[in-house]
Ligand binder design. Structure first.
Ligand code: GDP
Length: 329
């Protein structure tokens, strides 16, 4: 069993207690899950006060460099900053987001920073769900800003969007003919685009890229209280970071005043509820003795084409719920 974290130490800001608490919620052991759920319940009254910022972008765009510089900037303003990573692309800990201390050397040494790498795949309930719980734990430990980093590949962006107040996309200066960054799906998610590496010879191209995205967003996102802003910065030279923070603060103020922030969090909670039901249900079904016994054979038969996935799934559900097949248990 993972050690039970000290609640008082956690809420008084101990990084050690926070790290231990996250280890508990990431535990794969069924018996730890109960303690984890009770921990989350207990800390709930101490949560909700941070600003949760999602930061996405393809590998190499400068996410680590940006988080290091941006995080230090916030710390210099007296904030406590936590960094969490969501990286479903890594089958084992240490994929394309390492989240380790070497990526953000200065930030990881700062007293008011907490950096946690992505949980390894296979944690109970999935990486995104555990990250959601880690956010709550960081809030209970008094972190003001929580940066949730994700690689800009597919599903992880949507998952991170579902747990943050502000979703930021990092881009690099480009000629604009490559439309990967303004895929329809992404334009609907982002609250701000930051074109990084706006330095040296790339300065001109960065300004062009900014114009290009500004036009694209003006077309895609009309009639909204908040129009995504497009900014440029250099994470390496630590320039433009104040503007990024101002953008986030402007958004927060607007979203608090018009109720959008509250609504977003409520919607996220409802989505989280639905997701949790699915996760818990799957876990319970798959851990039933009858299912454990029958599953390997059914999977083999589906693989061999002898059985349709639909029929196999129905048989499995039938082992647990009589009403699915109409059979008495
Ligand atoms: P990540 O994969 O998105 O986390 O990207 P990294 O932060 O590891 O950065 C990838 C590369 O881009 C590294 O060589 C960085 O030094 C470089 N880089 C990051 N930010 C900037 C920047 O603002 N300007 C320039 N010129 N290079 C940068």
């Amino acid at each position: 069993m993972a050690a039970t974290p000290d609640l008082k130490a956690l809420t008084s800001g101990s990084r050690r207690a926070l790290a231990k608490s996250i280890t508990l919620i990431e535990s794969k052991r069924a018996q730890d899950r109960e303690a984890a759920v009770s921990l989350i319940e207990t800390v709930l009254p101490h949560t909700g006060d941070s600003l949760r910022i999602g930061i996405s972008g393809v590998p190499g765009v400068g996410k680590s460099t940006f988080i290091e510089s941006f995080g230090l900037n916030l710390i210099s303003q007296g904030k406590k900053v936590a960094v969490l990573a969501v990286d479903p692309s890594s089958p084992i800990a240490g994929g394309s987001i390492l989240g380790d201390k070497t990526r953000m050397p200065e930030l990881s040494r700062a007293e008011n920073a907490f950096i946690r790498p992505s949980p390894s795949a296979g944690v109970m309930g999935g990486i995104a769900q555990r990250t959601r719980e880690s956010i709550l734990l960081c809030e209970a430990a008094g972190y003001d800003v929580i940066l949730i980093e994700t690689v800009g590949v597919g599903q992880s962006e949507v998952e991170v969007y579902g747990m943050v107040d502000f979703f930021m996309l990092l881009m690099v200066p480009n000629s604009g003919d490559d439309l990967q960054g303004i895929k329809r799906g992404i334009t609907e998610l982002v609250d701000g685009v930051v074109i990084n590496k706006a330095d040296g010879e790339s300065m001109g191209l960065a300004m062009q890229t900014k114009q290009f995205y500004q036009t694209a967003f003006n077309i895609f996102r009309t009639n909204e209280a908040w129009k995504p802003k497009i900014l440029t910065c250099s994470a390496l030279e630590r320039k433009g970071l104040d503007d990024v923070w101002t953008m986030v603060c402007d958004f927060e103020q607007m979203a608090k005043e018009n109720g959008m922030l509250d609504r977003r969090r409520r919607d996220q909670n409802v989505a989280w509820l639905k997701k949790l039901i699915t996760i818990e249900l799957e876990q319970r079904i798959m851990s039933s003795d009858e299912v454990k016994q029958s599953y390997p054979d059914l999977e083999t038969r589906v693989e061999a084409g002898e059985l349709t996935p639909f029929s196999a799934a129905n048989q499995i559900l039938g082992l647990v719920f009589s009403e699915v097949t109409g059979r008495e248990q």
